[in-house]
Ligand binder design. Structure first.
Ligand SMILES: [Zn+2]
Ligand SMILES: [Zn+2]
Length: 337
């Protein structure tokens, strides 16, 4: 038996006399479970599209009435209809923009610290990108309401004669009357303003040895979506060092501070120091070390691609003077003098 014309109410799982509220409630629930980002179904995108289009038709009282009439008429005929048939019969003229347009690139600063490099961390950044409205595919137009622009006979472009030193040539230009759309009056998409929606996604980026302040990384296709088959833009990550503990010196060496107890500087001895790798090492403090003295920890700097070696870590000594009572200070002073 032939399948009857597609029932949009069945797609949304509501009765034919469902209220606008019931329709939007059903749509919200279905679009959550069937969203292509969530659903594991093989044809998730198509199912989601059908749900969405069913909703678009039924949520507008005018198009719902048109559909109801259409459905009643067509169901009598006992003809087979696919979803595409339904829409090509129901929508007389679906308009799409003419030219593919590449999506915009996005540049994003990625703050990082030295520990991120030394511990090979993976950072998560939030990227805001524009994607095309799924209802109108980025055109912002659902249906042309006129038979076509008179200026260009609905083509969106026309030819003009241009004088050049080699004579007159014909040049194709965008129709100024319809701005290339091919029509001048159209039903705007109810789901978007300019054919786009801003969405935020999380992007994970590994901070490797090659990362340094100002390092750039291009991620192809992760920028704004292209329109009408145009390529997606790229995402450009720009790494920015934000570190209060370490600074980069001589390109591959690191500079930091180390707090050493006063007594250790008097007696000399090993002092524990936390490295940016997360390890703790003992650094030798020579007897009589002064504040500002630099202790070198070899090989704990940044990786140098050209020599395949690591730079060094310089730690500037900051002597911690103990909090001692005035009486004891007198005693100590007398000993030291
Ligand atoms: Zn739209
Ligand atoms: Zn035109």
């Amino acid at each position: 038996m032939a399948k009857k014309v597609v029932n949009l109410y069945e797609i949304l799982g509501v009765k034919n006399d469902a209220t606008a509220k019931e329709i939007s409630k059903a749509y919200r629930a279905l679009s959550k479970t069937h969203h292509p980002d969530v659903s594991k179904e093989e044809n998730a995108h198509e199912i989601f599209q059908e749900i969405h289009e069913a909703y678009v038709e039924l949520s507008n009282p005018e198009s719902r009435k048109q559909y109801d009439d259409f459905y009643e008429e067509e169901s009598k005929k006992n003809e087979e209809y696919t979803f595409e048939h339904l829409f090509s019969a129901f929508h007389t003229h679906v308009v799409k923009p003419h030219l593919p347009i590449r999506g915009e690139d996005i540049e994003l600063e990625v703050p990082f610290c030295i520990e991120d490099i030394k511990q090979q961390r993976t950072l998560t950044v939030s990227v805001e990108r524009f994607i095309n409205c799924r209802t109108c595919e980025g055109a912002n137009i659902l249906q042309a309401l006129d038979t076509g622009c008179e200026g260009c006979s609905g083509k969106g472009f026309k030819f003009e004669n241009v004088q050049t030193p080699f004579g007159s040539i014909k040049r194709e230009i965008q129709c100024p009357e319809c701005s290339g759309a091919g029509y001048t009056d159209a039903q705007k998409c109810p789901d978007c303003k300019e054919g786009k929606h801003a969405v935020t996604y999380q992007f994970k980026v590994a901070v490797g040895d090659d990362v340094t302040d100002g390092h750039r990384m291009r991620v192809a296709g992760k920028g704004d979506e292209g329109v009408n088959g145009g390529a997606h833009g790229d995402l450009h990550l720009v790494f920015a060092l934000k570190d209060e503990d370490y600074e980069i010196v001589h390109e591959y060496d690191l500079q930091t501070k180390i707090n050493v107890p006063f007594v250790t500087t008097l007696t000399g001895g090993d002092h524990p120091m936390l490295l940016p790798t997360g390890e703790v090492v003992k650094v030798p403090i020579v007897k009589g070390t002064q504040s500002g003295h630099k202790v070198i920890v070899p090989g704990e700097g940044l990786y140098m691609q050209s020599t395949q070696k690591y730079g060094d870590l310089y730690a500037t000594v900051n002597i911690l003077v103990p909090d001692v009572s005035p009486d004891k200070v007198k005693q100590i002073v007398s000993i030291l003098q």
